[in-house]
Design a protein around this ligand. Sequence first.
Ligand SMILES: C[S@@+](CC[C@H](N)C(=O)[O-])C[C@H]1O[C@@H](n2cnc3c(N)ncnc32)[C@H](O)[C@@H]1O
Length: 274
Amino acid sequence: MPSSSFDFEYLRELVRQQSGVVLEPHKDYLATLHLGKIADQAGFESIAPFVESLKTTPFGDRHLQSIEALLTGETFFFRDRYPFEALQTYVFPALIQSRSDRRAINIWSAACSTGQEPYSIAMLIRDCFPELSTWKIRLIASDFSQKALDQAQQGQYTNLEISRGLSPAMRDRYFRPIGQSWQIVDEIRQMVEFRQLNLIRPWVALPELDIIFLRNVLIYFDVDKKQAVLDQVQRHLQPDGYLFLGGGETTLHLNSRFEVIHNRTSLYHRLRSG
Ligand SMILES: C[S@@+](CC[C@H](N)C(=O)[O-])C[C@H]1O[C@@H](n2cnc3c(N)ncnc32)[C@H](O)[C@@H]1O
């Protein structure tokens, strides 16, 4: 598809309004890279007339597809390692004690992309906490992008995706080769409840959460959106729950109800008491 100049400002505004993600002005190459195929499939000879058609038609599937194509879905298994070490060493042992009456734990992976994050949590639970197999563990995973969620739900990963973050032993325990890809075993797949959820809209039908993974998504939002999302986190997190953000993210200057807990190599957030 020939490249011609297109209205990137319109796309930036579309993405910001619908998802909260602020694309930097020089990221027009992303659109050149990712929208060509969508424009082609929609019967346009280049991106420019495709974008013009988005501007003049009511919001629909093509808008959504274009936004999804412009969001960064970078993720991998056991990303950054430390949050998962914290789950294993502190968080689950503490919750197993404090929730021993109701024997239920609610976990949410709030921008799960193609599923590596929630599946990492599920594998960790199976590997390290066999006693939880008789508990009611709800592991909810959501994202803005239905395309990412479709792959997540399917649980199929390429050789490259599977090699990022997973040891061969873990891979062989929880995945089966199919052709050039790897399929996650049903036992792990069925532990995760996938659903579409837009973080910048009201969050409906979420239970009170003991653990929230909200990682590598706030970095893309402006300050107002970060604050609004953290306010909702505050309302949905149990008073003694745990919030994990990405390495470059913080609650500092955004929501004073959270305090940062440093535990050896790991760092997470909890609500201040009182
Ligand atoms: C960089 S990925 C992070 C994936 C995973 N949490 C991790 O840390 O590896 C960011 C994800 O945020 C999602 N996202 C962006 N805006 C969102 C919104 N408003 N609501 C829900 N998800 C959003 C994107 O679709 C993408 O899958």
